[in-house]
Design a binder for this molecule. Sequence first.
Ligand SMILES: [Zn+2]
Length: 418
Amino acid sequence: MVSFSKLVDGQRGTKLLLDTDGHLYSRRADRETLVTSYWRCQKYRSQKCSAAVTLLKEYLTLITNQKPHSHLPGTLVAEKLEFRQSLKRKASDQHLSATQNLLTEALSGCSSDLNVELPKLESLARVVQRSRAVSSGSANHSEASLAAEFVLPPTCTTTLREENFVLFDGVTEEGSRIIVFSTKQNLEVLEQNPNWIADGTFYVCPRIFQQSYSIHAVIDGKCIPLSLQKRINKSFKVRYRTDKAFARASRLVAFLAFVPLASIEDAFEALSVHIAGTFPELLAVVNYFENSYLGQATPEGQRTSPKFPVQFWNHYSTIMVDPDYPRTSNLVEGFHRGFKTRVNRARPTVQEYFRAIREQQVTTDFHLDRLAVGLTPSKKRRTSNWDLFAICTGFEDHSSTLEYLFAIAEFFGHTLTA
Ligand SMILES: [Zn+2]
């Protein structure tokens, strides 16, 4: 004889009926009367189960339709549902916590019996992400397949303290979608601080965007005011993640910044030969770099003036003079590491990515508010600049300029072995 156990929370605010055997039923609103409600087995579709019960509301008594269940009852049904609900509540209440932290917190209260019954961690993580998407209003924005089609969720257009956050959202002449995030205060700080660091990275970026690009003002070494994205060459990005030699090759031109001025031409030539022989598909990057940063080669063996003169981007002499000079990568690589923990993975969905950007702005606001009243960020830790200094000092000791570039690449994390 089956009896009523309790009503439990189901999806989207609905109630489910649990009987004492551990079967769940969902309500059929169209069969509701003043004194009874009609519930059919939750597995009526998935298991073609035709069991159903009528609940006498006043007495909380069940009358079954006499059809047996076509399946076994679940175990710890109520506990599992309650766990799910509490996970969802945590996800929408504490939307700044990383998924992993929320899971740990929720799981810490589970019995071993319940642990056995719960779905895999990945599924639980999806529960968290979904309910966060619902509470942030971005759930209805399904993942677009192209950056151009992507519609920015309304919640992403302001910061968490409701300031305007989108500086630009449009398409370039070449058809690349670009979204620029910044606040008014961010821009003011950029204006007041002449030392900027700009950094593009493949590390953390939603699938449909090519690049996530950030501009940082150097104020005793902190700040991340702008973030900007472009559209994509997908195959390059996939390869960048999976092929270490390719990843290193694609960034070699950037490491020319650490070659002594007098050896730039040699180094560029060695690098071009290396790339032509190993990854000719990257020659476009090399050519672009040459034209913009070195100058176009003329038939007379000269170069035209580049858009960005060598003195502007070459750091070699600065490092030799002052190894602790706040150089681009140290500060920014740390930011990317932090950002990566925020989104939990290198290839977040667009929603996760934008959420992380908004959350990042919370930290930025914190620093900027304090800066405004004269509180500076904490003193910089000893940087690894001295390691870089050691490599730069040994420029002459390397067997070739290419080997030297590889050493610099290794310093920046491009090792070919795992
Ligand atoms: Zn059933």
